[in-house]
Design a protein around this ligand. Structure first.
Ligand code: FAD
Length: 360
C-alpha cells in the first residue's frame, strides 16, 4: 500500500478525524493512517463504566454534533466510539487501518511517511497519534520487588480483579479518582496516594465549563481582543471533576488522599516516615506521554517530549502540524470540543502553505 498525496494524517482518533473534516473542505487529497483495528481512537480502550464528563451536546466534533444517548446524560465511551465511527462514514473520510506509521522523513520536496503497509509521499503531514499507547509510570524504587500486581490505567476495565483485595491507587487526576471510586466498592481496603494534594472542582462544574471557556477564548481571539480566558482559569478551579461515582465515593469517605510513598517492598508500600501499608495491588494512574516516536527521524527541536511548535505547526518543519497531545498545541486540543477548534486553523495553515508551494 503506497501512494502520493497532498497530506497524510497520522492517527484516526478524534483529532485525526477533525483534521480530515477540514481537509475534505479544502479539496486537497489526503489519507488518514490509523494503527488501530477499528474506529474510536483511545475511547475503544476506556474502562467499562467511563462516562464523558460533559453531556453529548457539549462534546462536538466539527460539522456534526454528538447525538444524545438514551438514558445517559453523560455518554458512555461506547457511545463516543459509535459517534466517531459514524462520523468518519458521514464525511467519507479516507481512513486506512490498521496502518502503523514508523517514521516520517524528508524526501525531496516533500515528506515520506513510512508505515508497516508501505510508504506515502506527501507535501504535508498532520500527526494526531494521541497518548494512550504511551502510558507513564514513575520510577519508584522497589517496583521490581513488589510481589503483588501492578496495573496502569490502560489495563483497567472493571473493579472485579480487585474484589476483596487491598489496593493502592496512585495519581491525582480524574482517572485515579474514578478508578479509586469504583475499586473501593469491592476491595477490602484502598489507599489513595498523590504527589500533591488533589484539587477537586466544585460539584456543579463539569465539562460544560471547558466548553464555555473554549468558546469564549475562541470568540476573544476572533474578535482580536486577546486569547480570552484560558486553561489557567480551569486550573484555578481544580483538576478533578466530581462525576457521580466520585461524589458517591467522597460521601463514603473514600477520597482521602495520602502523600506519595517512597518505595515498594515485596509486600506493599513504605512512606518517608517509615510507615508501611501492605497491599495486593498497585494501580498507577500516572498519565501518558505523547506517542511521537515516528517523528524522531526529522530534524526537529523538542521540548518536554513534543516537537517545539508555534500553535500546531512545527517551528522546524512547517509542513508538519501536531493535533491533540494536551494544551500545548491549542486550548483543550486533546478533548472532543477542542479537537475541531485546533484542527481548523492547522488545516487552513497547511492548505495555504501547499498553495504557496505550488502544490495546488
Ligand atoms: C480516562 C479519560 C477520560 C476522558 N474523558 C474525556 C471527556 O469526558 N471529554 C473529552 O472531551 N475528553 C476526554 N478525554 C480526553 C480525550 O478526549 C481523549 O484522550 C482522546 O482520545 C484524544 O484523542 P486523540 O485523537 O488526540 O488521540 P487518540 O484517541 O489516542 O487517537 C490516536 C489514534 O492514533 C493511532 N496511532 C497511534 N500511533 C500511531 C502510529 N504510529 N501510526 C498510526 N496511527 C497511530 C492510535 O491507534 C489511535 O487510533 C479523556 C481521556 C481519558 C484518558
Amino acid at each position: 500500500m503506497t501512494g502520493t498525496t497532498d497530506v497524510v494524517v497520522i492517527g484516526g482518533g478524534q483529532a485525526g478525524l477533525a483534521a480530515g473534516y477540514f481537509l475534505r473542505r479544502t479539496g486537497l487529497n489526503f489519507v488518514v493512517l490509523d494503527a488501530a483495528a477499528a474506529p474510536g481512537g483511545a475511547w475503544r480502550h476506556a474502562w467499562d463504566s467511563l462516562r464523558l464528563f460533559s453531556p453529548a451536546e457539549h462534546s462536538p466534533l466539527p460539522g456534526w454534533w454528538m447525538p444524545r444517548q438514551d438514558g445517559e446524560p453523560y455518554p458512555t465511551a461506547d457511545h463516543v466510539v459509535d459517534y466517531l465511527a459514524r462520523y468518519e462514514r458521514r464525511y467519507d473520510l479516507p481512513v486506512h487501518r490498521p496502518v502503523r506509521v514508523r517514521a516520517v522523513r524528508e524526501a525531496g520536496n516533500g515528506l515520506a511517511v513510512e508505515s508497516d503497509r508501505g510508504t506515502w509521499h506527501a507535501r504535508g503531514v498532520v500527526s494526531a497519534t494521541g497518548t494512550w499507547d504511551a502510558p507513564c509510570t514513575p520510577n519508584v524504587p522497589g517496583r521490581g520487588e513488589f510481589a503483588g500486581t501492578q496495573w496502569h490505567t490502560v489495563d483497567y476495565r472493571t473493579p472485579e480483579p480487585f474484589r476483596g483485595r487491598r489496593v493502592v491507587v496512585v495519581g491525582g487526576g480524574n482517572s485515579a479518582a474514578q478508578i479509586l471510586a469504583e475499586v473501593s466498592t469491592v476491595a477490602a481496603d484502598t489507599l489513595w496516594c498523590t504527589a500533591r494534594p488533589p484539587r477537586f472542582m466544585p460539584d456543579d462544574v463539569d465539562g460544560r465549563v471547558l466548553f464555555d471557556v473554549a468558546t469564549r477564548r475562541r470568540a476573544a481571539r476572533e474578535a482580536g481582543t486577546g486569547s480570552g480566558p484560558g486553561v489557567g482559569d480551569l486550573g484555578d478551579i481544580g483538576d478533578i471533576v466530581i462525576v457521580p461515582p466520585v461524589r458517591a465515593a467522597r460521601d463514603r469517605g473514600v477520597l482521602r488522599a495520602h502523600p506519595m510513598f517512597d518505595r515498594l517492598t515485596r509486600d506493599g508500600v513504605v512512606f518517608d516516615d517509615g510507615g508501611e501499608y501492605a497491599c495486593d495491588a498497585v494501580v498507577w494512574c500516572t498519565g501518558f506521554r505523547p506517542v511521537l516516536d515516528h517523528l524522531t527521524g526529522l530534524n526537529l527541536s523538542w521540548r518536554d517530549g513534543l516537537p517545539v511548535t508555534d500553535g500546531t505547526r512545527s517551528v522546524d518543519e512547517p509542513r508538519l502540524h501536531l493535533l491533540g497531545y494536551g494544551d500545548r498545541t491549542g486550548f483543550a486540543s486533546a478533548t472532543l470540543i477542542g479537537a475541531g477548534r485546533t484542527a481548523k486553523p492547522a488545516v487552513a495553515d497547511l492548505a495555504e502553505r501547499l498553495r504557496a508551494d505550488g502544490t495546488r
